[in-house]
Design a protein around this ligand. Sequence first.
Ligand code: AMP
Ligand code: MG
Length: 418
Amino acid sequence: MTAQVGHHHHHVDAKDLTSVEAHLADITGSISPLPPTRLGIAEAEGCVLAEDITASRPLPPFDNSAMDGYALAAADIAGAAPDSPITLQVTGEVAAGDSGACAVTPGTCMRITTGAKLPGGADAVVPVEDTDGGLARVMIRRAAAPGNAIRLSGGDARQGEVLLTRGTRLGPMQIAVLAAAGRAWAEVFPRPRVVVISTGDELSEPGQALAPGRIWDSNSFMLAAAAREAGCLAFRAGPVPDDPVGMLPAIEDQLLRADLLVTSGGVSMGGEHDAVKSALSRLGTIQFRKVAMQPGMPQGFGTIGEDHIPVFTLPGNPVSAYVSFQVFVLAALGALQGQPDRRLPAVHAILSGPATSPAGRRSFLRGVLDRAGGTVAPLSGQGSHQVATLGRANALIIVPETVTALTAGDDAEVLILP
Ligand code: AMP
Ligand code: MG
């Protein structure tokens, strides 16, 4: 499989290019986090903590049994062994949820279930497997050290201990910690509201008949889905024509519900109709530049409106738009949630085929990563219009700015696509 770079751009002078890192730094440097808000823990998944979470009580909050068995004083069964079992009187049962306002007296024991509060006087639990399971009297076949099968209060976390730090993204595991610590809500950076607008006279809605010369709009669906996958609330505005007069109100209408705006199309260097540029320039400050990458060289970023909403104008080719989203927009979404260093996870893998890249630019090639095998295969069909190849990729292979060709067997840095 050969990674053929399908686009033959005119020669690009390296001194005109902004590096990927410089563009990223400009983006994250100009975005402040959204105002934190209180969210119930059932709603907070995907948000980022704006506070440290500490344990208001020890975890577990009380000494309890780690097993189903018998609570007793370890000293009472010190000599127990399979050939010399010790029999104790069973005075009752304590189950998970019982207040545990009871005690074992010397020479007796209580049946106990996993999670039940340890009765007074007991310092060990003998698992039921080491007994005859008796109800009134129990025969115990094995000694237990003090503390056996007991979960000590504070053994998981001490009172006042920091459980989760500000800046942590809340997934199911972190939500569990919040709930276990008794928190009904948390102070979080909310999910950013992302509005996606695609532009282009050639765009039709999928499902509609295709008139000659037109294509179906894929970018707005793709970018809205990518934003949702990244933990945002995404709104898709239908495609707007390449006409500054119509585009200006279309964008203004969307600003009210946006924390971040993404457009695609209409910013090619060839200077097509320049509708996006002229519409956005009236609403704020946008910088259009060439970034030293492929795909995704023409990039626009700035802020518009009274609230200085971050805006990305992404190139129209679907692969360029997608790569730009994962490289730049993801970092901006992180910055809105107090995580300006948010990036796709990266690993190293051995290339199973060759990969090429224009000099002075960082290439992001679609590939199939085999994480278990530690290999990555560049896909054929690397043109930035070749959306079909997107559907087969699970990773982006990076060919650095200083490298123009990699061959099979070379080590490459690979971004793992979500
Ligand atoms: P542009 O950036 O407007 O010059 O567009 C570059 C290429 O991407 C052209 O071939 C467009 O037809 C295509 N394109 C632009 N917008 C979209 C879209 N929303 N969905 C699919 N292809 C698009
Ligand atoms: Mg266009």
